[in-house]
Design a protein around this ligand. Structure first.
Ligand code: ADP
Ligand code: ADP
Length: 229
């Protein structure tokens, strides 16, 4: 059975002026374990809404999401997913190491284990030499790498990413896409990646899920079978 089952999910935002916004309309989708999937479509088609519903940051108006037989709420409470947003929310007055460490402290992971994981994560994202820097000393791409390291440090079962590289220049974005694939091939975690960039989605994914706006319908699911770098 699929790792993540999205069944007939609809989302309507109530809006003050009386006109509701239908962001998702009856979306169903199965996501397999270890799959790299992207949610693609123009601005406003409901990509972020769907990601937030999976993450339990938003309740759908109707329909359901089941993750390994559990509810998104249970999954969130157990910190079983990592999430990366467009701009990494880092603490500028704490070092890169401390930033990666904090969620592990909150989860009560012992110090020795935390240190080991920080070293492992810094290596995974290629920031071995930057652990004692502060976020403001790093480039945008490097900050986003810290966000990825922090999300993976808790050893989540899957990773949710909402346009993580869209604020970066083309060159940095391409580099990070390549590095993300290499991280993915090492960790084999399920990834759900939101983007409005067609080449990016084709480059990264096993499957591209295309949403169309007015109102957010699933318009195509495309299998991508290209050789991985
Ligand atoms: P995407 O991520 O594809 O750009 P979103 O999921 O952000 O799309 O938005 C889908 C639709 O829902 C859009 O029309 C957007 O304006 C609307 N929307 C998103 N969030 C809210 C909100 N909090 N309140 C009202 N409307 C919203
Ligand atoms: P990224 O690909 O992570 O965005 P950049 O392309 O901005 O990184 O930078 C390329 C390289 O320059 C980095 O891998 C790093 O070695 C170095 N670099 C960038 N910013 C800094 C900095 N603030 N301090 C030290 N080295 C840096």
């Amino acid at each position: 059975t699929a790792e993540i089952q999205i069944k007939n999910v609809s989302m309507t935002y109530p809006v003050n002026n009386g006109e509701d916004v239908v962001a998702l309309n009856d979306v169903s989708l199965d996501i397999q374990e270890g799959e790299f999937i992207s949610l693609l479509g123009p601005s406003g088609c409901g990509k972020t809404t769907l990601l937030r519903i999976i993450a339990d940051l938003l309740q759908p108006t109707s329909g359901s999401v089941s993750i390994r037989g559990q509810s998104p709420r249970d999954i969130r409470m157990q910190k079983k997913y990592g999430i990366v947003f467009q701009s990494p929310v880092l603490y500028d007055w704490r070092t890169v190491r401390r930033n990666i460490c904090m969620p592990m402290e909150i989860m009560g992971i012992p110090k020795k284990e935390r240190t080991a994981r920080i070293n492992q994560m810094l290596e995974l994202v290629g920031l071995q030499d930057f652990g004692y820097k502060y976020p403001f000393e790093l480039s945008g791409g490097m900050q986003q790498r810290v966000g990825i390291a922090r999300a993976l440090a808790l050893n989540p079962e899957f990773l949710l990413m909402d346009e993580p590289f869209s604020a970066l220049d083309e060159f940095t974005r391409e580099k990070l896409n390549e590095d993300l694939l290499s991280i993915w091939s090492k960790t084999k975690k399920t990834v759900i990646f939101v983007t409005h960039n067609i080449p990016e989605s084709v480059f990264l994914s096993d499957r591209v899920v295309v949403l169309s706006p007015h109102p957010g319908r699933l318009s195509a699911v495309v299998d991508i079978d290209l050789p991985r770098p």
